[in-house]
Ligand binder design. Sequence first.
Ligand SMILES: [Ca+2]
Ligand SMILES: [Ca+2]
Ligand SMILES: [Ca+2]
Ligand SMILES: [Ca+2]
Length: 334
Amino acid sequence: MTATAGGVVSPAVAVTVTDASLVPVTGVKVTDPVSGKLEVTVGSSKTVKASVSPANATDRTVSWSSSAASVAKVDANGKVTGVKEGTAIIVAFSQGHAALVEVTVKAAPRGDTLGIRRGTEYHFRYSLSTGPADKTVRMGMSNDVALVGDWDGDGKDTLMLRRGNMNYVYNDLDGKTLARSFQYGAAGDVVLVGDWDGDGKDTLAVRRGNAFHIRNSLTTGPADRVVNYGLATDQILVGDWDGDGKDTLMVRRGNENHVRNSLTTGKADRIFNYGLASDRILVGDWDADGKDTLMVRRGNENHVRNSLTTGKADRIFNYGLATDTVLVGNWTGR
Ligand SMILES: [Ca+2]
Ligand SMILES: [Ca+2]
Ligand SMILES: [Ca+2]
Ligand SMILES: [Ca+2]
């Protein structure tokens, strides 16, 4: 088209005839995550958000696809779900435009599970479910006290066998290599295991009445601190109730649980009821959220609860025999 004004002819202007009411898409970009990188665990989901420009584009529909749906799948709303460990590219499409997100799928964190002790035989199960042991080992003597902890801070729990006041530390579940041995407390002391200082490694505390003699290294020596809590007759449980990385005490009286979140003398931070006074109680991080909660064991039936509140079990399963000694640990690592 040209125009003439005062005898001057303007340069030709190309005119594209469009439906003036239709605004085409000129681009699509991912707005969340802005880094373009996403991490999910197997079985968990996160939603990717994309925006189409211009803001007044007529058709703002975004469609989604995955380069490897066997690793990470994506639905029509951009919800990405991890299927197995690996990487995949998630693509947001809009009218010939595309934006990418690189997804890394990691293994789901595993929580604590159970182990069963029968004399010198230890049967470890890697999931909170009924079934055969995933690993069986024979170690120590039948009158050893078996303690469970992450002694070296690698995320995996293993055994320590206590004989008299001598403690034999193993850092692998096979129990073939003795990592170290040391004395702590007196023979016959009640010994507790916990990460008292939050350095990722478990150590011991000796209980005498309502006094807890806490040591922060797996060595012979005096207590690093002594804390009084509860009564000499109380049942004592150890756990990281608030997920701050430090283990503290819970007093159980009947079926009433008195939770304390610091290793100091004082009132309970929280009191709740769970189970029956006659129940056996186990402590663990069953759902791998970093916080320990309780499991009631009745006969060989395990009632798992994932919050420190009164209520029904989140899950019930059977494992071992009613007469078994039960251990709790994260045998495969977090
Ligand atoms: Ca370990
Ligand atoms: Ca520690
Ligand atoms: Ca804690
Ligand atoms: Ca938990």
